[in-house]
Design a protein around this ligand. Structure first.
Ligand code: SF4
Ligand code: SF4
Length: 425
């Protein structure tokens, strides 16, 4: 049986990446326009589950703007990580896909300048993301706020049309976009806390990439095509935390096309199968043809792709069908910045619905134009007093946003912020 042409697999990968990125955009637009079926971006990002672990298990609640659905996302992520390693980054994550697309453009615009960062600098910068991961976990646990939002290019790109973006978000995003034209996936490799977390699983995932040193000719093509500069010839099992499981190296290996399966995907158990039963090859490899030599059975790249996608999609699909994936109401905010330590008791997430959806925009310290009167009431402000303080009609609906008050009644946001800060003390 002849293996499929490499190009087809990458086309499928690009299609999946594009579809996910577009789908997330639809959800975010729906959320920011007030559709109650649409979750906020934090709720559908698995990193929300990672940063919420401490708060949930130690303090018994959720970080501001998160709720139970983030644990479904985390479960989906973990299943994929355990089975396939860091495939989420290479096949699903929209921010990774965007950087990949920008890199594709940059590589064609200035091929001589693309990916020319000195190795020592590239390697040193890769440690940065661990510091970011620790900082985000500690600060989120300490404050109960999604502190990374104000730095996160993923959030910024998907909310660029809103007034929710902090200056730091613009700066990091601009840097990410510009550098992506010259360096492959710079944010993923140097600054992404989720990328650091995901990379841990590359060492022991159920399916891993292995190189057969017996049949490898050291031609270096795998290393050359690797978008994250992994030296595949330096090891026989690819454990690098940078590997996004894009599988371009496997496709590029000329020995694979000769039926040697030199660079392939292997499960924990592939070495247990006796020689002479390899899959997906045209002919037995020269090494495996030797009698008595054990031969690992490779896993098809297509099977790997199907597992990677199914592992992420199925938990979400199933919990949607069973009703356990509750994103209705859009989580806690269409994208506001962080807030105070704002914990919701597990099982009481629905308490906010009494405010007609308004409390979904709760923010304590960074009142925004999209914050509603209902959200302010949820924070403890007496809306009657508030309206009286500014000589506003008492019958203004709780769903009214502060930016509407500014437009209709000339009430500056700064004065509202000062009032809320004062009322909360
Ligand atoms: S080692 Fe292979 S699968 Fe991993 S990132 Fe590089 S090319 Fe992609
Ligand atoms: S492309 Fe294949 S043969 Fe060439 S160095 Fe990589 S693993 Fe070895």
């Amino acid at each position: 049986m002849r293996t499929r042409r490499p190009r087809a697999l990458q086309l499928v990968r690009y299609t999946i990446q594009t579809t996910v990125a577009a789908y997330v955009l639809v959800i975010v637009i729906a959320n920011t326009t007030g559709e109650r079926w649409a979750a906020n971006l934090h709720t559908i990002c698995p990193f929300g589950g990672v940063v919420n672990l401490y708060t949930y298990f130690v303090e018994g609640g959720y970080v501001a703007k998160l709720h139970a659905a983030v644990f479904v996302m985390l479960l989906a992520l973990l299943v994929g990580l355990i089975l396939t390693g860091k495939s989420f980054c290479g096949w699903i994550c929209p921010l990774g896909s965007i950087q990949q697309g920008l890199g594709w453009i940059g590589r064609r615009l200035w091929p001589r300048a693309y990916n020319k960062l000195p190795r020592w600098l590239d390697g040193a910068l890769q440690y940065l993301k661990w510091a970011v991961l620790v900082w985000v976990l500690v600060q989120t646990a300490r404050t109960g706020r999604l502190i990374f939002q104000d730095w996160d290019p993923y959030f910024t790109l998907y909310h660029i049309w809103t007034d929710e973006i902090a200056l730091t978000g613009y700066v990091v995003t601009a840097a990410t976009v510009v550098i992506s034209f010259f360096v492959p996936r710079p944010f993923c490799r140097y600054a992404c806390p989720l990328g650091a977390f995901n990379g841990i699983f590359n060492s022991f995932s159920f399916i891993r990439i292995k190189r057969d040193a017996q049949t490898c000719t050291d031609c270096g093509r795998c290393t050359k095509v690797c978008p994250v500069n992994i030296d595949l010839c330096a090891s026989t099992t690819i454990r690098s935390i940078e590997c996004t499981r894009c599988l371009q190296c496997i496709e590029a290996c000329p020995q694979n096309t000769r039926g040697c399966n030199t660079l392939g995907l292997h499960t924990w158990f592939s070495g247990l199968v006796p020689s002479g039963r390899s899959q997906g090859t045209d002919a037995p490899s020269p090494a495996s043809a030797k009698p008595g030599r054990s031969k690992r059975v490779p896993t098809s790249a297509w099977v790997f792709a199907a597992i990677a996608i199914a592992a992420f999609v199925l938990p979400i699909l199933i919990t949607n069908l069973t009703g356990d994936f509750k994103i209705a109401g859009g989580g806690r905010g269409s994208g506001n910045g962080g807030g105070r330590q704002e914990l919701i008791e597990p099982g009481l997430e629905g308490i906010e619905e009494g405010l007609d959806g308004a409390a979904m925009n709760v923010d304590y310290q960074q009142i925004r134009g999209s914050t509603t009167l209902g959200a302010m009431q949820f924070m403890g402000a007496d809306i009657g007093d508030f309206l009286a303080e500014f000589d506003l009609p008492q019958d203004i609906p709780l769903s009214t946003r502060l930016r509407d008050l500014a437009e209709q009644y000339g009430l500056p946001l700064s004065e509202v912020r000062a009032y809320v800060d004062h009322a909360a003390r």
